[in-house]
Design a protein around this ligand. Structure first.
Ligand code: HEM
Length: 449
């Protein structure tokens, strides 16, 4: 049986915190969806200008915090000893809890002052950076990584942590006049920072996916292979350069656009391939304990495939000219964060909850399987609806259709978007309740043993 470590409790607390971010984020997403359909819905008390930033803040917090909770759980297992600073893990939990409540209160009251994705007043950005310190200390002090021999997930996690700091700090450069006073410089730096920040959370999450794939298959070779490292270095190149496709509208040097176009799609291709190859090596007996994580990784693979096609299309500069600022970009952002990041994080959570290991868990596992199927079907409709709304906008722009008529023509897509959003909410709510109960049960079983 797996040894329990003192840091498993804060790890589970952090995971539960991440799940609550997702639950609240989903609720706000659904409210935002209804505001698409009924523009007057909650207009006075809680308009779309408030629900959107709060939704985005919460779902991004789910992604980062879900990755952090997993790291606290995996760290002592990778190192083969307890973490260097267990109290730090609790400090991390409480700091993050307090800071996120403060940020939510600001956004709820409509007190902005930040930029896209980080719309809360900038002072809170400093606090967010502070809340990560215990994790960084624990990571490096526990593992003391020797990179020559380290498996690829240690490289990925280290890079994710380091670049989170760099990109987060960079996303606040607009506070300095040198950047703020020049629109080209400002837009370029801002999108570079945000694009690379996505790369940093991908590094954390892909590292986690690689680690659990190794644990499920029991095969250590793939994470030390040339393919895995080529994936890592491409991921790194992506992190540094793929932001270029966000700035096609800015008059920057053409070579930047060309490089970023070619680099943009490589990462998804290689990750998709790694999961595909891994699935072929899995035996039936291994699936017995980890069926749910296996299914979640398979769903992620499916979404990698779809989003790769979309990314290839919208990264062509000529196509980007039309798709920029339409719901096609939203489809890309939500398709990747929901289909890939969320599926991989749930795979990690169910792996930690050991859902396949006892019979009450097994029953929940079946339910979670059905709900996840519903989620993925609904997500497909959701994604198609966003693409439809995007194409409609492109056609309306070309035909110079007036705004009211444009909204009329987009209404069927918005309906499909909101209805499938409600199904997504319902299905994920069920999955998350099972995740919460499994995490809590695992804890009880352990304290009873
Ligand atoms: C795992 C769950 C979810 C994740 C990770 C997620 C992620 C995101 C992200 C990253 C954005 C920003 C997109 C951009 O900047 O282009 C966004 C916007 C949005 N999301 Fe979600 N989302 C989730 C669930 C939902 C659900 C269930 C709904 C319900 C309809 C929803 C409705 C919206 C709306 C209305 C927007 C604003 C789009 C706009 O700016 O026009 N989301 N979401």
């Amino acid at each position: 049986m797996d040894t329990e470590f003192a840091s498993d409790r804060p790890a589970r607390a952090i995971l539960l915190l991440s799940i609550s971010y997702l639950l609240l984020g989903l609720l706000l997403g659904v409210i935002g969806g209804f505001q698409y359909l009924l523009p007057d819905f909650l207009k006075e008390s809680f308009s779309f200008q408030r629900s959107r930033p709060l939704h985005v803040y919460l779902v991004l917090s789910w992604i980062f915090t879900g990755a952090q909770g997993g790291l606290y759980y995996y760290l002592p297992r990778v190192a083969g000893k307890k973490i260097a600073w267990p109290t730090g893990a609790w400090m991390h939990f409480y700091l993050q809890l307090v800071i996120s409540v403060l940020i939510m209160a600001q956004l709820f009251m409509g007190k902005f002052g930040g930029r896209e994705y980080l719309e809360f007043p900038p002072i809170y950005g400093v606090l967010v950076l502070l809340s990560w310190v215990p994790l960084v200390i624990n990571f490096f002090a526990t593992l003391k990584p020797r990179y020559q021999e380290a498996p690829v997930y240690i490289w990925s996690w280290s890079t994710g942590l380091l670049f989170f700091y760099i990109t987060y700090a960079e996303s606040y450069l607009w506070l300095i006049d040198y950047f703020n006073g020049n629109i080209v410089r400002d837009t370029t730096v801002q999108w570079k920072a945000l694009g690379s920040m996505v790369g940093s959370w991908n590094m954390l999450i892909y590292g986690t996916a690689m680690y659990i794939m190794e644990k499920i298959s029991g095969n250590q070779k793939p994470n030390r292979s040339a393919l895995a490292f080529s994936f890592y270095f491409l991921g790194m190149a992506n992190l540094m350069f793929n932001w270029g496709h966000h700035t096609y509208i800015v008059p920057a040097a053409p070579w930047v656009k060309t490089i970023s176009y070619f680099i943009s799609m490589t990462e998804l291709f290689i990750l998709g391939n790694i999961i595909w190859q891994w699935k072929k090596t899995i035996q039936k007996a291994q699936l017995h304990y980890h069926l749910l994580s296996y299914r979640l990784l398979s769903y992620a693979d499916f979404w990698i495939f779809l989003n790769l096609i979309l990314a290839i299309i919208i990264s062509v500069p000529a196509a980007n000219y039309y798709t920029h600022g339409t719901h096609i970009t939203v489809a890309h952002a939500m398709g990747t964060t929901m289909g890939i990041n969320t599926m991989l994080l749930l795979a990690s959570i169910f792996y930690i909850a050991k859902i396949g290991e006892s019979s009450p868990h097994k029953r929940s596992e079946k339910w979670a399987g059905v709900l996840l199927l519903i989620f993925n079907i609904a997500l497909l409709f959701f994604w198609i609806a966003l693409l439809g709304a995007g194409f409609q906008k492109i056609s309306n722009r070309a035909n110079q259709v007036v705004f009211a008529e444009m909204m009329n023509q987009s209404a069927p897509y918005f309906k499909l978007f909101t209805i499938s959003g409600v199904f997504i909410f319902g299905a994920l709510l069920g999955v998350l309740i099972i995740a919460i109960r499994s995490l809590a049960k695992t804890k009880k079983q352990i304290s009873a043993s």
